[in-house]
Design a protein around this ligand. Structure first.
Ligand SMILES: NC(=O)C1=CN([C@@H]2O[C@H](COP(=O)(O)OP(=O)(O)OC[C@H]3O[C@@H](n4cnc5c(N)ncnc54)[C@H](OP(=O)(O)O)[C@@H]3O)[C@@H](O)[C@H]2O)C=CC1
Ligand SMILES: Nc1nc(=O)c2c([nH]1)NC[C@@H]1CN(c3ccc(C(=O)N[C@@H](CCC(=O)O)C(=O)O)cc3)C=[N+]21
Ligand SMILES: [Mg+2]
Length: 311
């Protein structure tokens, strides 16, 4: 017999369990929308270049869209694509009535301005929630019109699965990117958390993290957040996706880890998301949700999509 595994104290917030619940609601909303309006949600994912991680994510998004019964298009463009060519594709997709959601996979090649591409996407098709209009809607509380960035929205679903009422809790977000850190901080603020945004210039990050009832890590540094940075009983949401060498799996092999030292943090936290199997799975589910939401609004039946995010 093998040694009994020490079981972590924290509850594991499993993307494998929560994401399918969202996907089931997406499928039901898609059926209602199609039955009542004849509209089939359509998602277009655009990828430029050959980055292998991006290729995997984009393939997964396309497969999930098909599983949800959407019209799904993946536009794979060569690395040498010019900004003007990419903008022309976005303009076509903006005008295409089959398409309700457009996602330009980031990062884009250096010679293309991400800001220009994101700003070119019709805000009502911007299922990534990154366009200036959607960021403005998020910040000013226009939830009924906004499309909210998928990873942050997924983080909130995961945190609320443990603590449905986040009101008054101290939330610390480590990272201030436009795609994760800033929008997740705004979502937490909208839930009445007291929010701190930490970043590379933050002094004494461990003690800032220790003040958090809800700790969101979106840094991009493998296992940076240690067990003794975590307040006992806190909810830890680990957004990081970092590939590190895994010689134990064989020469040249790698594995995924988060920004949190999971083994340490799981001894202290009340609840924690794993990597893989955590926020990443929720991100894809929220992308599908945003696509039905966008299609429902376009069809004049916003309540069909809105139901996905309510209980
Ligand atoms: N699971 C999912 O669905 C997704 C996962 N990710 C993953 O999440 C992670 C973050 O992504 P993203 O937000 O795009 O990353 P960015 O690189 O855009 O931002 C990283 C942030 O972390 C901060 N930071 C860097 N080093 C430190 C440090 N030593 N101490 C404190 N803060 C630091 C930076 O601060 P400063 O601003 O001062 O430079 C910056 O604000 C990555 O691992 C990425 O792969 C991203 C998107 C989706
Ligand atoms: N415009 C844009 N929107 C994004 O939302 C976006 C992006 N660009 N660029 C890259 C990041 C990263 N991202 C992930 C999505 C899913 C997983 C995911 O499914 N992860 C699984 C499996 C990971 C694996 O095995 O490789 C897991 O964590 O279990 C991870 C990361 C979305 N991003
Ligand atoms: Mg980035």
């Amino acid at each position: 017999m093998s040694e009994p595994q020490a079981r972590p104290k924290a509850q594991i917030i499993a993307g494998k369990v929560i994401a399918p619940q969202t996907i089931d609601k997406v499928k039901a909303a898609r059926e209602t929308l199609e039955a009542e309006t004849g509209v089939k949600p359509g998602l277009a994912v655009v990828i430029v270049g050959e980055d292998p991680a991006s290729q995997v994510y984009v393939r997964n998004k396309g497969l999930k869209a098909e599983e949800c019964g959407f019209h799904s298009e993946t536009h794979r463009l060569p690395e040498a694509t010019s900004e003007a060519e990419l903008l022309a594709l976005i303009t076509r997709l903006n005008a295409d009535p089959k398409i309700h959601g457009i996602l330009a996979q980031l990062p884009l090649p250096k010679h293309i301005s991400e800001k220009a591409v994101i700003a070119a996407i019709d805000p009502d098709k911007d299922v990534d929630g990154l366009s200036p209009i959607n960021v403005g809607r998020l910040v000013s509380g226009l939830a009924d019109e906004a499309l909210v960035s998928c990873t942050p929205a997924g983080c909130l679903v995961m945190a609320k699965s443990v603590t449905p009422d986040l009101s008054g809790l101290n939330a610390v977000v480590v990272g201030r990117s436009n795609i994760v850190g800033k929008p997740v901080a705004h979502l937490l603020l909208a839930e009445n958390c007291t929010v701190t945004i930490a970043h590379s210039r933050t002094r004494d990050l461990p003690s800032v993290c220790r003040s958090a009832d809800i700790l969101v890590a979106a840094v991009g540094r493998a296992k940076m957040i240690k067990g003794d940075w975590v307040k006992p009983g806190a909810t830890v949401i680990d957004v990081g996706i970092n590939r590190i060498p895994a010689p134990e799996k064989g020469e040249g092999k790698t594995r995924l880890v988060g920004d949190v030292d999971f083994d340490e943090a799981a001894e202290v936290a009340g609840a924690i998301t794993p990597v893989p199997g955590g926020v990443g799975l929720m991100t894809i589910a929220m992308l599908m949700a945003n696509t039905v939401i966008a299609a429902s609004r376009k069809a004049g039946r916003p309540e069909i999509g809105a139901g996905i995010l309510k209980g």
